[in-house]
Design a protein around this ligand. Sequence first.
Ligand code: BGC
Length: 341
Amino acid sequence: MKFLTKIFLVIFATLLITGCGSTENKQKQVALLFPNTNAGGIWKQVGETCEALMRDAGYDATTQFCTDANDQIAQLKEWIAKKPAAIVIAAQDTDVLGETLQGAKTAEIPVIAYDRLIMHTDAISYYASFENNSVGEFQARYVEEKLNLKSGAGPFNIEFIAGSPVDSNAPLFINGAIEYLKPYIDKGQLVVQSGQISFRDIATDGWKKENAQRRMEEILRKYYGDGKSLHVVIASNDDLAEGLINAEAAVGYSGAKTIVTGQDASANGVANIKSGKQAMTIYKDPAILCAKIIRMVKAVVEGSQPAINDVTNIKNDMMTIPSYLCIPIIVDIENINIVKY
Ligand code: BGC
């Protein structure tokens, strides 16, 4: 009897040490799929930060960036076949993942949308982002203050540069700004000389600064020659802001200094603010967003409740998605030191 007890204890201890026979000690695999890093931006930093935080939280996280939308679909299919505990995805193209995500749903793999809301699917468990409308509104409020619009100053010339037409965030950003500035446009305090204000006219393929530069060069040549001033450009992120900065240099723009907005507090954006070429940016600390995502991963893995602050407003065409929206921060030369990376 004593001998058997001893054997039993040895086996039990071995199981405890190796973790064999239990899945509890096995790290849960989490796939982190992000857009391409070609257009500059901050996705590389986002991916690196988020993977490190996931690992600290005890998950076996793997980050992948895609080259284009088809590549992301291929990555997603591979992960679905591997059956990870969760897939976190910032869609390269928010319109094309529906069919593939159906596969994740069938395989019962929870999917969490990161930063960009994915359309045409009901396979999303949670969504976390920053308040995307606020991004544009904060840019607009900044301009309102700098130009003293509240006290009736003007007229000032303004142009808009929006993001990619296949990113569901892009219209939210620019509409947030346009809606806020609309009363000033209606009153004639702000004038869009090019007349380009509809999303179709001002969108920028792939969020690429070269594409923004091309469009702004045309506008500058046509409407802002002979020292005529372009006072403000609402650019939806730092890459697009750089497109405008480069366009002004390329055409030899000689009007008043343009107030250019941005978003991301990317390395280039921060450098452009420090050198006075860009007025402001919107800082969306990836560590803050990723912390919310980790809570969501934990929830789908453990069946617990994540932190959610919006259960009604975030909808795609197929479902309402429980979400957490973080608040972005306005950064200009005065507080640029709060940017952590
Ligand atoms: C993100 C922005 C980013 C843009 C281009 C958007 O979906 O929210 O932070 O600048 O994509 O990558």
